[in-house]
Design a protein around this ligand. Structure first.
Ligand code: ADP
Length: 493
């Protein structure tokens, strides 16, 4: 203390210093050279949990973890030699046993003769700082180990960070890229994209999954998917943009490959359709003349005898063949979008009766026909006849053990509903969804029932072309009900 200073000034100054020490946010402790604590401020109490009265008079080792006691020797030796210690990062121990990371500043205390008699220690809790540094280190590690290029830039497009993946993807090292304009990797004709992206960022918007092309140091073009987000400073002002770029070369190549395969499959499918169209046309003429000649033969063969029986059987086989060919013809027309419709007014009841008349004589199944309401519709008569015929013939075909077949036709306000119910082999739930697809068959091979799997596909197309719908309910081993609804006024006219 200055000897010329009046006592009251000295006292006032001391009181001021004491207040500063008391209200400091850092722990301030003083100790003698042998380590005895001589003062302990309020922040020291808060930080270490010992009250001033518990700490003063104790040895400083009170707050030093056992494995760090050697530090004290070093500190005392530095202080004894009149040297200050700054930013000494270490760990101290609180009363609760919790370890606290600290930054220490230690200075010698001299008496009025200038002799060092102790040390003053300012301890700052750096737990938060350490945590923040650890978090930053972790984030930096994530960014550096990411497979995606992560780049940040200012709002004028100057690159401010460049991770390892960016270096791998674009070929520029971090040093080569930082400080350069982002146009370094933007192809000339795409520079306008940067204005759009920065425009969005300035509005505080992110840009996600923006698929574009960037150029590498070698001049190679790579397809990438960009996600760009604003970077905000502490006062929430947008100061730049962070950009994550994912190389989508593989995705693009896979897409191209898929497109190529699709084209190949389409070409094959088109060729198959052409082949079916051509062969069915070629088959139709000889089968029609064969049927004609067989009918002539039937007339010229005597009423009895084996010859007549064989001719009849041949005619039935030729008729089956003709039906299959007709299905193939319809299939080709559908594929080519050439299945024409001719609408007229008719009564579905008459159609069902005609169909049943044919089956009743050729099948051993008992048929029941129920109808109600008006059954008059505007539709393609031949096509609807084909639908009913197909569903009835399936009901017969897939009931090899017999069982009755019920046909119900109900006239509703705007539509007519037709249901064909059999007690046949039924259909497994798992395949119901596929029944109406081309060439799908769900028959157990044990039944050996012939067919091509086209009838239901054609049936569904015909019903849908009339604006109607078709569905099936079935229990395996018990039987099936196929139902279709036909609008009275078909929409495709
Ligand atoms: P196809 O009878 O020529 O095989 P469809 O397209 O008419 O062709 O029928 C497709 C498949 O649906 C048939 O193979 C059969 O497995 C099943 N199916 C159709 N109708 C019935 C039915 N009434 N009962 C049981 N299964 C049926």
């Amino acid at each position: 203390m200055n000897e010329s200073m009046p006592l009251w000034v000295a006292e006032e100054r001391q009181a001021l210093l004491a207040a500063i020490v008391d209200y400091s946010e850092d722990a301030i402790i003083s100790k003698t050279l042998d380590g005895t604590i001589t003062s302990w401020n309020l922040a020291a109490t808060v930080l270490f949990g010992y009250h001033e009265s518990e700490a003063v008079g104790q040895h400083i080792s009170l707050i030093i973890p056992a494995d760090r006691l050697h530090e004290e020797n070093f500190i005392i030796s530095e202080i004894s030699n009149g040297r200050r210690i700054q930013h000494f990062q270490t760990i101290r121990k609180a009363k609760s046993g919790q370890e606290i990371p600290l930054s220490l500043a230690i200075s010698p205390i001299k008496n009025s003769q200038g002799i060092i008699i102790g040390a003053s220690k300012i301890a700052r809790d750096i737990s938060r700082q350490k945590e923040a540094a650890e978090k930053q280190g972790m984030l930096a590690a994530i960014v550096n180990n990411s497979d995606d290029a992560i780049v940040s830039k200012t709002l004028d497009g100057i690159i401010t960070s460049w991770n390892n993946a960016a270096a791998r993807m674009f070929g520029y090292t971090e040093t080569e890229a930082i400080g350069r304009h982002i146009s370094l990797i933007i192809p000339h004709e795409r520079l306008a994209e940067e204005d759009y992206i920065i425009g969005e960022i300035k509005k505080g918007h992110s840009v996600s999954h923006f698929e574009t092309i960037r150029v590498t140091k070698n001049g190679d073009f790579i397809p990438i998917s960009l996600t760009v987000s604003p970077i905000l400073n502490e006062s929430k002002t947008i100061i730049g943009a962070s950009k994550i770029a994912r190389d989508i070369s593989e995705k693009v190549a896979a897409h191209k490959e898929l497109e190529h395969l699709y084209q190949q499959v389409k070409t094959l499918s088109d060729r198959k359709d052409e082949f079916i169209a051509m062969t069915t046309h070629e088959l139709k003429t000889p089968v029609t003349s064969l049927k004609g000649f067989l009918q002539l033969l039937q007339i010229h063969t005597g009423a009895d005898g084996k010859g007549r029986l064989f001719v009849e059987r041949s005619i039935r086989q030729v008729e089956k063949l003709a039906m299959l060919i007709n299905d193939l013809v319809d299939f080709s027309k559908l594929q080519a979008g050439k299945l024409g419709m001719h609408f007229e007014s008719f009564d579905i009841k008459v159609l069902v009766e005609d169909c049943l008349e044919l089956y009743a004589t050729n099948s051993s199944h008992p048929f029941r026909f129920n109808y109600s309401g008006s059954l008059e519709v505007q539709a393609d008569r031949l096509r609807i006849e084909q639908v009913i015929d197909n569903l009835v013939s399936n009901a017969v075909k897939y009931s090899p053990q017999g069982g009755s077949i019920d046909i119900t036709v109900e006239g509703k306000t705007d539509a007519v509903e037709v249901k064909i119910k059999d007690e046949g082999i039924g259909i497994d739930d798992a395949v119901k969804g596929k029944l109406f697809s081309q060439f799908f068959r769900a028959v157990d091979p044990g039944y050996s029932i012939p067919g091509l799997g086209m009838g239901l596909y054609i049936t569904k197309e015909i019903i849908e072309r009339h604006g109607g719908s078709i569905s099936v309910e079935s229990i395996l081993g018990k039987g099936s009900v196929f139902s279709f609804v036909l609008p009275r006024q078909s929409c495709n006219q």
